[in-house]
Each structure stands twice: as C-alpha cells, then as structure tokens.
Write a protein that binds this ligand. Structure first.
Ligand code: PBG
Length: 333
C-alpha cells in the first residue's frame, strides 16, 4: 500500500485527531476480550493461593481455585485459559514420567475445569521442564538434549491431555518434528478436533525469568536452552519454523516473547495469514508491573498500549497475565 498524502495544508493529518469522536472513527485496530488467553499457575492442595514475588498480582492456585478462576474468566468473556503446573520437586525425575501421568496436577486441573466450566477453552503446555529434575524442556543424556526421544515423551503428554479434555495443546518445547508426531497420534487416537497452538518461534530469552520462579524451575535448570530455543538475532529462521509447524498440522502459531519480537509477529502474520498469537511473557509483565508499582509509569495505560501493539503487529490474540485485569477494563469501557 502506497499512502497518498497531499502536502499541507491540503492535507492536515491532525484533522482526524481533533476529537475523541474523530479519533474513534479513524482507529485502525481494536483490542477485545476475545483476543485474550489467560495463563495460570496451578499448585497442589486445596483452597491455597500463593503469591509469586517476581510477578506482582499473579498467584499459584490450587485446583479448586483454578476452577474458580476459570469461572471468573468465562464470566468476563475470556475465551481461553492456559495451565502451567508447579510440580512438587519430589516428583521431578530425569525421565519425567510425571509429565504423562493422567493424574498429574495439570491433568487434574483440565478435568476439573472442563467439568465445571465446559464453555471455556482449556489450553495446555507441552514440554518436560515442569517435570524434569534438570529443568530442561527435553530429555537429557550426557549433557545433550535428545530430540526424538523427547518427541516420544511429548506425544504421550499430548494424548493424555487430549484424553482429559484439553481443547488446545501448546507444545512449548522447540523440539523438531513434534507437531507432526502429535498430529498423527491425535488422529490415530480419535482426537481429530483437538487444536495445536505451536510455540513455533520461541526464543532463548531472558524474559522468562519470573516464569521459571513461578513453576519452580529456576534453581533446577542446568545450563541454558540455546540448543533448542531460537537465537534472538534471527528472523528468517522463525519463518522456516512457522512454515514447518503449519505444514505438520499446527492450527495456530505463536511468537514468544512478545514485545521485543513484534517484527516477527508482523512478518509471521503477513507471510502465512494463519491464526497468530504472541506470548506477553512473565518478564514483560513484571517490567510493566514493577514500573507501575514504583509510580514510574501508568500501569493501566502501559498494559493497554502493550496489548494494542500486538494487535497492530497482526496478532489474532495474546497470552497475557493481564487478561482478567484487561477484561474488566474493557467491560467498563
Ligand atoms: C517452558 C515454558 C517457558 C515459558 C512457557 N513455557 C519458559 C522457558 O522456556 O524456560 C515462559 C512463559 C513466561 O515467561 O511467561 N516450557
């Protein structure tokens, strides 16, 4: 598109910024509750909520309270909730069997939400890190992250989650070939309508720090994730990953983190036109909250502006810890 702009004064671009009414008419993008996916942290126990110090306002919730949170989300019109378990360290092993235990925390939470609030879409996380004694997303042998063995484990996770009623599976592991393997296994098992939202372009990022506190992986992680998560310097590689995951059967794709990677979001949407999501990750949330709590920025305005940026970049939706807060503001109008 080539903009046609007459010289001033024929054109005065401020004309359409003159009043709220004219600004509303000329607004190009919108943010709606329909664009939100709410990530929540699940812990063991009953009636327990536990604050996460690096994510002010976010708590780990026991399953009964996660159900309550899903009810609140549904009543606010939030279409989907995404579950991340805080696994008891005693259940973490090098072989990660807890990941595909039908009665693990995440799977119990899926079943409980689907029983109580069937209308909300439940999204899951597929990766081994919450269950892995060494904090990695894949199985590790002699310091190497094993790709194909990990994919087999991830397929087991996917099948159990689908069995529990998950609507959207979210593989966040960055192994090669996992989308195709999961899609084939889901078809074979009769779960033909379970959607896959692939974390297709996930970067090895410093912005995941608070999340690792939230799921108890901070101390556990040995080394870094650079042999499977992407180099922040790369953009063409993100397009190859997205093309590959769509070809293998992903229904939706994600770019993660969000704000530092808006160029990738834009390129992904304009290249493929597929349903595209950004994950506004824990570190992005923490930065806005921390600055707001210090009185350095207006937290509410910064939150709304950051979310609108994803829409402007072409995202269909955003995974954001702000989801309920934003939903309340949007409802207030
Ligand atoms: C790991 C996973 C991570 C996040 C979601 N899934 C962290 C990581 O890769 O180390 C991060 C989300 C956030 O920071 O909010 N499977």
């Amino acid at each position: 598109m080539t903009p046609i702009v007459a010289p001033t004064p024929t054109s005065r671009l401020r004309r359409l910024r003159r009043s709220a009414a004219l600004r509303a008419l000329a607004q190009e993008n919108t943010l709606s509750v329909n664009d939100l996916i709410w990530p929540v942290f699940v812990r063991d126990g009953v009636a327990l909520r536990e604050p996460i110090s690096s994510m002010p306002g976010v708590e780990r919730l026991s399953v009964d309270l996660v159900v309550k949170a899903a009810e609140d989300a549904a009543s606010l019109g939030i279409p989907a909730i995404c579950l991340f378990p805080y696994t008891d360290p005693s259940l973490k092993t090098e072989t990660c069997e807890e990941a595909w235990n039908p009665d693990n925390l995440a799977n119990r939470a899926i079943r409980a939400i689907k029983a109580a609030v069937p209308e909300i879409a439940v999204m899951t996380d597929i990766a081994l890190d919450p269950y892995n004694a060494n904090g990695h997303d894949g199985l590790v042998r002699d310091g190497i992250i094993l790709n194909d063995e990990t994919v087999e484990a991830l397929v087991k996770m996917a099948l159990v989650q689908a069995e529990c009623g998950a609507d959207i599976l979210g593989p966040s592991d960055m192994m090669d070939g996992r989308i195709g393997a999961m899609r084939a296994a889901l078809e074979r098992a009769g779960h033909k309508d379970v959607a896959i939202l692939s974390y297709a372009a996930k970067y090895a990022s410093a912005f995941y720090g608070p999340f690792r506190d939230a799921v108890g992986a901070t101390g556990a992680l040995k080394g870094d994730k650079k042999t499977y998560q992407m180099n922040p310097a790369n953009s063409d590689e993100a397009m190859r990953l997205i093309a590959r995951d769509l070809a293998e059967g992903a229904d939706m794709v994600m770019v993660k983190p969000g704000m530092p990677y808006l160029d990738i979001c834009h390129r992904a949407k304009s290249t493929f036109g597929a349903p595209t999501y950004a994950y506004q990750v824990s570190g992005e949330y923490a930065m806005i909250k921390a600055a707001a709590l210090n009185g350095w920025i207006d937290g509410e305005k910064a939150m709304l502006e950051s979310l609108m940026a994803f829409r402007r970049a072409g995202c269909d939706g955003v995974l954001t810890y702000f989801a309920p807060e934003v939903a309340r503001i949007l409802r207030r109008g």
